[in-house]
Design a protein around this ligand. Structure first.
Ligand code: C5P
Length: 227
């Protein structure tokens, strides 16, 4: 219906950073605050969807009326998404997932021991979005949207991700652009959808607007793609 255009749909959202432990005291992470993903989850709820929000550690309050699954590491986020994805009609992955984790987490605090340098061996984390793109229901009833934060060659990098991760939509934002990126309440996004050829997606540049408005517009667009 017009007021609740997502009624009857289950929306899965990932949000926030991941934390990859080095030892019991320290971790690797990034500057994600979760604001974009939480705005998507809240907008989806208000548009009538049932919402599962898989969130890394953030300082934001738990949204009411949303099934919040708290995770810490990329592997935990992957496990939570694997549980929820089969039931999701629309999935939006806005989390800033750590690409690498340490190969072996030290059981005890790493000590300086007078050393000038130490080496950390990092191994790749699973790409959760790529996994989802490869494991959709065969009947094509799942809509998949990814995000991409870039610092250069925004459209080319985003186009490559749209294809590689088999998304229906890829939302790209440039970290260097005023009002976009980590921690802001606004975003300036370029929305890519598949075009005539894999290297020629349809790209639409949206003006700077509040993250909540970006969220609503994205969700309405994703819902319209399902009709
Ligand atoms: O490759 P890149 O990290 O730029 O891709 C960003 C998109 O992929 C985002 O939607 C992000 O949530 C998702 N992603 C993921 N798992 C990863 C890395 C990225 O789901 N390990």
């Amino acid at each position: 219906d017009g007021v609740r255009p997502l009624a009857g749909l289950e929306v899965l959202v990932t949000a926030g950073p991941t934390q990859e432990p080095l030892d019991p005291v320290r971790y690797l992470t990034n500057h994600s605050t979760g604001k974009m993903g939480y705005a998507i989850a809240e907008a989806a709820r208000d548009l009538g969807a049932r919402v599962v929000l898989v969130s890394g550690p953030v300082a934001l309050p738990a949204p009411e009326g949303v099934d919040l699954v708290r995770v810490t590491t990329a592997q935990e986020m992957f496990d939570a998404v694997r549980d929820a994805f089969p039931g999701a009609d629309v999935t939006v992955m806005a989390a800033a997932v750590g690409d690498f984790r340490v190969a072996e987490v030290e059981p005890d605090k790493i000590k300086k021991h007078g050393r000038d340098a130490i080496e950390l061996r990092l191994v790749a984390n699973p790409d959760i979005l790529a996994w989802a793109g490869a494991h959709r229901r065969a009947n094509g009833s799942q809509t998949l949207c990814g995000f991409a934060m870039e610092t250069r060659d925004l459209e080319a990098n985003a186009a490559a991700k749209l294809a590689a991760k088999r998304c229906d939509m890829l939302v790209a934002n440039d970290l260097r652009e005023p009002g976009a990126g980590f921690g802001t309440d606004t975003n300036a996004v370029t929305v890519l959808t598949p075009g005539d050829a894999p290297d020629k997606p349809h790209a639409e540049r949206w003006q700077l607007m509040g993250k909540r408005e970006v969220a609503e517009r994205l969700l309405l667009r994703l819902a319209a793609m399902r009709e």
